[in-house]
Ligand binder design. Structure first.
Ligand code: SF4
Length: 398
């Protein structure tokens, strides 16, 4: 398939790996920001093909995972109301709130519907003027523009029975919070290519300069990720800290001006809570004053719902790159995709789900006091760099 196959070429992957191995002289810890990148890395075994010196830390870039529990509880409260049609993308329905999830609300008679676009929810509102239709608007700079456009359309077309439950977050403040953490081990970032295709790259040079950290805009296919790693390692080895765009086929420096314009029109920057991390200043959006009537939290008076995160789930540490999923005591035992304790095991982009899905069940845990996961054996010299399936570092297929 065009634009897929050529970015999964094993021979090119082997060359990129050779280049990385030849340039690395000491340990480096890189964070891939996006959950989609995490899944690609784990699925193709990229982390296990890299030299031991290069560690990939999984960042907080899964939209479902970072949505705080209290927002899930607000969704449950709204979806339980008899006058409401609650619309959401499918992956939010299994995310556990306090005691239940949206599937259970549906089982109890709530009108919870899976849609494939926020515009589907707007159409349902138009067709059902006697119902209140709510769309669950979560995610990063990638999902925020279509949600903003839907609210813009609702206002322009005078559709009053539509509202948005908003939990949108922004990547740059999260990078800032990670770098300011006293436990931070990250030395370079693979920035999320799709986010930059919307927002451009102009938010990153200041961060790269202030924290003296390379930020390389990276795509999602195996060769994209290896090229992002290669460029980040090269900068680190040279003592550089620049923004570099390794995904130019999708990311113009200015991003998507039309998408940014609709974001500026409908949303305003606000503090946001991130699951397991807490409130990060200016790290999200809320509806601006002009569109406040379309705010479901306000319309259904759920602003005051506040929930503590469950202590047994360590997804906050996973999302900050302080813990690998298999190092959580509940991973694969009390917590599985069928019995998830946290969103990182539910979401299709969650790091815990990726480790479970691609059978990372037998990795050794980090000993107490160790700063990074236990290295496993390096691939045998000359072992094929097969990036089409997950591999262990001993070269065996997972
Ligand atoms: S394995 Fe389960 S309990 Fe542990 S951090 Fe991941 S989602 Fe939470």
């Amino acid at each position: 398939m065009k634009y897929i196959d050529e970015f999964q070429d094993p021979e090119l992957a082997a060359r990129l790996l050779d280049d990385i191995r030849a340039s690395v002289t000491r340990p480096w810890a890189l964070m891939e920001v996006c959950g989609g990148q995490t899944h690609s890395i784990i699925r193709h075994g990229i982390d296990q093909l890299l030299p031991d010196e290069v560690e990939l830390i999984h960042g907080p870039g899964c939209p479902v995972c970072v949505t705080p529990l209290e927002v899930i509880d607000k969704a449950l409260a709204i979806a339980s109301r008899p006058e409401v049609v609650f619309c959401s993308f499918g992956d939010m329905l299994r995310v556990p709130g306090t005691g239940r999830d949206l599937f259970q609300v549906r089982g109890e008679g709530g009108d919870v519907r899976v849609v494939y676009s926020p515009l589907d929810a707007l159409r349902i509102a138009e067709e059902n003027p006697d119902r209140e239709v709510v769309f669950f608007g979560i995610g990063f700079e990638t999902t925020a523009p279509p949600n903003a456009m839907t609210v813009h359309q609702a206002r322009r077309r005078g559709i009053r029975n539509f509202s948005l439950l908003v939990s949108h977050v922004r990547v740059p403040p999260a990078i800032e919070a990670i770098m300011q953490s006293p436990d931070c081990r990250v030395q370079g970032f693979l920035a999320a290519g799709h986010v930059c295709s919307v927002m451009g790259t102009q938010e990153y040079p200041e961060l790269a300069e202030r924290f003296r950290v390379p930020i390389v805009v990276t795509g999602f296919e195996p060769l994209d990720i290896l090229e992002g790693v290669r460029r980040t390692v090269r900068q680190l080895e040279r003592g550089e800290h620049r923004v570099d765009n390794a995904y130019p086929r999708a990311v113009p420096a200015e991003g998507n001006p039309a998408a940014r314009a609709v974001l500026d029109d409908v949303f305003e920057v606000a503090d946001r809570a991130w699951r397991g991390i807490g409130v990060i200043p200016d790290s999200g959006w809320r509806l601006s004053e002009r569109y406040r009537d379309y705010d479901a939290e306000h319309r259904f008076r759920v602003e005051d719902i506040a929930t503590l995160e469950p202590a047994e789930c360590r997804s906050g540490e996973v999302l900050q790159g302080l813990l690998k999923p298999h190092e959580c005591e509940a991973f694969g035992t009390a917590c599985t995709p069928r019995t998830p304790l946290g969103a990182t095991m539910v979401s299709s982009e969650g790091a815990c789900a990726a480790y479970y899905l691609y059978r990372r069940l037998d990795l050794p845990a980090r000993p107490a006091g160790a700063s990074r996961p236990v290295p496993v054996a390096a691939p045998a010299a000359g072992a094929p760099a097969d990036v089409t399936g997950a591999h262990r570092k001993d070269g065996s297929v997972v």
